[in-house]
Design a protein around this ligand. Sequence first.
Ligand code: PLP
Length: 463
Amino acid sequence: MSISSYLTKKFLKSLFFPAHNRGEALPRKLIKLLKISPGFWDLPELPEIGSPLSQNGLIAKSQREFSDKFGAKGCFFGVNGASGLIQSAIIAMANPGDTILMPRNVHISVIKTCAMQNINPIFFDLEFSLETGHYKPITKIWFKNVFEKLNFDENKIAGVIIVSPSYHGYAGDLEHLINFCHQKNLPVLVDEAHGSYFLFCENLDLPKPALSSNADLVVHSLHKSLNGLTQTAVLWYKGNLINERNLIRSINSLQTTSPSSLLLSSCEESIHDWLNKKSLSKYQKRILEAKSIYKKLIKKNIPLIETQDPLKIIVNTSKVGIDGFTADKFFYRNGLIAELPEMMTLTFCLGFANQKDFPNLFEKLWKKLLLKSKKSKSLEVLQSPFKLVQAPEIEIGIAWRSETRNIPFSQSLNKISGDIICPYPPGIPLLVPGERIDIDRFNWINNQSLCNKDLVNFNIGVI
Ligand SMILES: Cc1ncc(COP(=O)(O)O)c(C=O)c1O
């Protein structure tokens, strides 16, 4: 079967990214564009359109209008996902040899940039839930403890990265954390890939958006948490801690010279759509509906986990002795396609289409799953093995470029890794180049792989 034939395959319910739910929730203007003569709209960078870095043209005008609206100094549309713009943001924030403070749940794009640019990550650990196998949001006390452990004389810390909300939708008090960094003159990049829509819903009791919390750099994945096409993203910047010229240069270095006009138009329309009163009230209604879907399922005794993002429905399948991968396969066979299976949980993304039929459909299948599946009593995640503050033993850039020997992971105990180990989704590395695979890390990665053998059934490059 060709890719193009597969793309027309129908599922009973698509509860994964992109959040426009297979076109149902795309902005009306984009739907109109896609309906006209196929490919007619695929234009190059004509002067009237320009590019995200042009001073003039339609793109520059839209970017200016949006950044004025949200009190940012500027913003840039991106066509290589949040990943591409996170990479540009990091390069603008730190020079080779500098250090960035970051949590253990950073996206793999951060690690790859550090490795390529010789930027040294200092990781801080996060509280970890043994019930769900998820990292919890950062509290003020936790963050203060992290800073007390840091040696500012030894490391030239150029900035801080925070992921909020996480893939699952956990979010803490961002404003406090950002203020804390600003008191030390440190710029903050917030990876808000999963929280773009918070910006338009300050009335709905959702986490305060990163831009209103004074982040210096904010990256939104428009296909994950707004109704953009896959690969669309936007980067916002604010304040005086980030050098504008560096930012423009780093975007320029990583951006294609032929950005897709369709994707750029999707960036514009997805933001525009949420600024339109009528569409906004439709989407806000969807968010309220998502909250009521959660309550309905809880009433039906489904073991859901609450996070700060109502669009994520997370079932704690381990509560009934079923791992998330087994549950995922069952739902997949029955046409309900989820986003993220993990050992203890299965995450569905409701997206922005109408999902009123989801609770009944889900309940019916859930009951069937309970009847049909073998239950395990031994589903247990291990506590995460990290120190509160920890840097790789060998600099990440050096380890990344070192000559390595390829050996089975099972023989890698006490070796230093030249590779990244990272399940995708969610794209959060368990091991990065330069880190030692000590016994705690070795056991933890093996435990993480209990329901996902591909994670360790491979050869790892060690130094
Ligand atoms: C927290 C986080 N940041 C960034 C990204 C990258 O987003 P994109 O797929 O738009 O490149 C992801 C993707 O999974 C993510 O989960």
